[in-house]
Design a protein around this ligand. Structure first.
Ligand code: DX5
Ligand code: ZN
Length: 224
């Protein structure tokens, strides 16, 4: 039984106290730091790039889970790997030659992930499911934290869980968007094992440490 992991999404953090926020995530027991890279083209928002990833690398030992919401991700794989990414996840919608990109990410020494927008069918991943280390299912439209969870994505998680199990894949099945104390159990039951959380963690009234502790308790209570 795989350990169930929590990956706080750092773009929801208070950037004026970034190192403190990262330390609070670590001491509260976060497993990864999820880093949302956005270019203003694939998604409307512009966030951060390799320099930010490098800064976070110096501030934590947590694995950096880089989520590329950018056009032409193949142009930036070396930069993010060099900045310290532990995993690099690309959108199927931005990769005409997905197997080639997945293999390139692996050649750089990073775990290779693939993700898909809510409107993109799970079948779009079939060619690379045997290759990837991670599948990320978006349960919101990419581009912003704080959006409402899309319950129709639960079925997609179940579908991809079944595909991965049929392949006897050890890939992580990560979910991202609107994950909270209420929605995490639904995605856990559907077969997810890594939970990205932005607002539910960082916007908790008692701070991100408490936000993470709450979600860790939800996981403990819901284990399949
Ligand atoms: C959306 C990002 C998500 C988002 C999560 O484009 O990929 O990681 O920041 O934030 P919440 O958990 O608030 O939906
Ligand atoms: Zn993300």
């Amino acid at each position: 039984m795989k350990k169930l992991l929590l990956a706080p999404s750092i773009i929801a953090a208070d950037f004026t106290h970034l190192a403190d926020e990262i330390a609070a995530c670590e001491s509260a027991g976060a497993d990864w730091l999820h880093m949302d890279i956005m270019d203003g083209h694939f998604v409307p928002t512009i966030t951060v790039g390799p320099l930010f990833v490098e800064a976070c690398k110096h501030a934590t030992n947590l694995p950096l889970d880089v989520h590329l919401m950018i056009e032409y991700p193949e142009k930036y794989l070396e930069a993010f790997a060099g900045a310290g990414a532990n995993s690099i996840t690309v959108h199927v919608e931005t990769c005409p030659d997905l197997p080639q990109i997945i293999n390139k990410i692996k050649s750089l020494g990073c775990k290779a992930g693939v993700t898909l927008n809510p409107a993109t069918p799970a079948s779009s991943l079939d060619a690379v499911l045997p290759l990837v280390d991670l599948v990320l299912v978006m349960s919101v439209q990419p581009g912003f934290s704080g959006q409402s969870f899309m319950p129709e994505m639960i079925g997609k998680v179940e579908e991809i869980r079944n595909k991965l199990d049929a392949l006897r894949s050890t890939a992580y099945l990560e979910v991202d968007g609107g994950i909270s104390a209420e929605t995490l159990p639904l995605m856990l039951k559907a077969g997810a094992d890594v939970f990205v959380t932005g607002s539910a963690a960082f916007k908790h009234p008692q701070g991100v440490g408490e936000g993470i502790r709450v979600l860790r308790n939800v996981i403990a209570r819901s284990e399949r």
